[in-house]
Design a protein around this ligand. Structure first.
Ligand code: NAP
Length: 242
């Protein structure tokens, strides 16, 4: 019998969980547990790390997992690497579901593409004085040094653990967003900072920034070439399972 482990934490992972449950496929979604009140997928869910590659191998064996689908965020490189190693060692087929990035999107040739968050921080300080940071709570520490005096607006799901400069304002929110509200939020900003998350879920901020003529700093995805099959759309996973 097919028993799927779905590594999640993304909108497409939730959509895939729904699809698999609708198809009567046995699936357990796995979340890292980073967000205090996560949006839960339908069906069975487990929360928390596995304990590295060995822990994941043990989980695969103990739970009789026949297929693993890695639908984690494009920037969650650690769990993807662990999944490749654990599945290879256990002989369990692994598929990566990864949304396309924004590098071919309208206006992307005018954005400033950077290799990592440190470079993003330096470019942000150079390009503007009123940044909007949408890089996630865990990456904020990289911006504190360069932007300690700037009136930055920071959007996060959960309250950041580190203490932020007094000039920064924290906005707690989670997508999806629309272009009208993003345009209003960006009206008094001069630079938007984001990861190349891709997909449509957070695209409205990119469109609004382009329309308003803001500078946009985009952190490129981790570049490691993945040695596993990759699909872009949720429905393609069914073909692979069959
Ligand atoms: P990461 O650096 O790739 O993973 C670090 C560790 O967290 C992993 O070794 C694993 O712990 C645990 N982990 C990560 N994803 C897991 C999952 N789906 N189920 C069980 N354990 C998981 O991950 P991250 O960048 O901190 O992201 C954590 C989660 O948030 C991911 O699942 C991702 O889909 C979601 N997310 C990340 C971002 C982002 O920008 N990074 C954005 C949106 C959502 P063990 O070694 O103990 O197994």
């Amino acid at each position: 019998m097919t028993t799927v482990l779905l590594l999640g934490g993304t909108a497409e992972a939730r959509a895939l969980a729904q699809l698999l449950v609708d198809q009567d496929v046995a699936v357990t979604s796995s979340l890292a547990g980073r967000v205090a009140q996560p949006r839960l997928p339908v069906g069975s869910v487990r929360v928390g790390g596995f304990g590295g590659i060995d822990g994941l191998r043990e989980y695969l064996r103990a739970s009789g997992i026949t297929h693993v689908i890695d639908a984690t965020h494009p920037f969650a490189a650690g769990i993807t690497e662990n999944a490749i190693k654990a599945c290879t060692a256990e002989g369990v087929p692994l598929l990566r579901l990864e949304r396309l990035g924004w590098s071919a999107s309208p206006g992307s040739d005018r954005w400033t593409w950077v290799a990592d968050h440190d470079e993003a921080a330096a470019q942000t300080a150079r390009l503007g004085s009123r940044p909007f940071l949408t890089v996630g709570r865990q990456s904020l520490d990289r911006f504190v040094g360069s932007l300690s005096e700037a009136p930055a607006l920071v959007r996060v799901v959960d309250e950041p653990e580190l203490s932020l400069p007094k000039s920064w304002r924290v906005l707690r929110d989670r997508g999806p967003y629309d272009v009208v509200s993003e345009r209003a939020l960006l009206a008094d900003r001069d630079v938007l900072v984001t990861k190349d998350s891709g997909g449509s879920w957070t695209w409205p901020k990119m469109q609004a920034a382009t329309e308003l003529g803001l500078s946009v700093v985009v952190v490129r995805r981790p570049s490691a070439a993945l040695d596993l099959p990759v699909v872009r759309e949720v429905e393609q996973v069914l073909d692979w399972l069959h």
